[in-house]
Design a protein. Structure first.
Length: 268
């Protein structure tokens, strides 16, 4: 039985992970954390998450909680996640990161420090999106420079980072497959007059509205036809269950940095 610690347990994803742990074999909730000073400190995790009282009390003391767990799941903020990483390394615990918005320096730190622990880091942990990642790679290679690539993502109005981590990864995958440089070829929205679309542009566009869980579309537009592939998440359960599957998988792996492509066996 894998004992799991959920970081940011009072957040939208934290509550969903707790709920999904309840009906998943082979894993159990070992604890939940919130930042020091949070009004949720001292509350019962089960009651807060809507699964019923379970006598697991929300705490902020990672030195107290991490030694008792096998795996840590973190869907919080880049700053909080980097702190979690330090403690995972300190206690040699498996770490699953679904946090988006990490900058290049934070990603480099993660890459370096995860060499000594088992870590899964993915901008999106749903099975469908990871199949989308692989499909976009294959399509980009096949369609080539004759087709324009445009990516549109939509999320709820409370999401802080834009574009989404999933859209960023989709653009990276397309750029890698087409031999392009996102620093010069990535176009984030358009406004005003121009001389027309650049031949190597990869467009990335963001929508924020209401309570949209997550939608991503990738279009390959040619002269005379357009191929479009999309993914829509109806519930956060898909991300939570993906992170739990990652926890169950990674505890038996050698130290290193993995992603959901590895977890799902989609890596070429």
């Amino acid at each position: 039985m894998i004992k799991t610690l959920v970081i940011g347990v009072a957040g939208r994803m934290g509550k969903t992970i707790v709920s999904c742990l309840e009906d998943t074999d082979g894993v159990v909730l070992a604890g939940g954390t919130e930042a020091s000073g949070s009004p949720n400190i001292g509350k019962d995790v089960g009651e807060l998450s809507g699964v019923g009282k379970n006598n697991i009390i929300i705490d902020s003391d990672l030195d107290k909680l991490i030694p008792a767990c096998d795996a840590i799941i973190d869907f919080t903020t880049p700053e909080s996640t980097m702190t979690t990483l330090e403690f995972a390394v300190k206690y040699n615990k498996a770490l699953i990161i679904g946090t988006t918005g990490l900058n290049s320096d934070q990603k480099q730190t993660l890459k370096e420090k995860s060499a000594n622990i088992r870590c899964v880091f993915a901008p999106n942990m749903s099975i469908g999106v990871n199949v989308l990642f692989k499909t976009v790679k294959d399509l980009a290679k096949t369609m080539g420079d004759a087709y324009d690539v445009e990516i549109v993502e939509a999320h709820h109005k409370f999401k802080k980072d834009a574009p989404s981590g999933t859209a960023v990864r989709l653009s990276e995958i397309a750029a890698e497959a087409l031999g392009r440089n996102l620093d010069t070829d990535g176009i984030y929205g358009r406004k005003g007059m121009s001389s027309g679309r650049g031949a190597k542009e990869i467009g990335i566009h963001t929508v924020r509205a209401g309570d949209i869980v997550g939608e991503h579309r990738v279009m390959f537009g040619g002269m005379g036809e357009t191929l479009e592939i999309s993914h829509r998440a109806q519930s956060r359960d898909t991300f939570a269950r993906g992170s739990i599957a990652a926890a169950k998988w990674v505890v038996d792996q050698p130290p290193g940095l993995y992603d959901m492509q590895d977890v799902l066996g989609l890596t070429n």
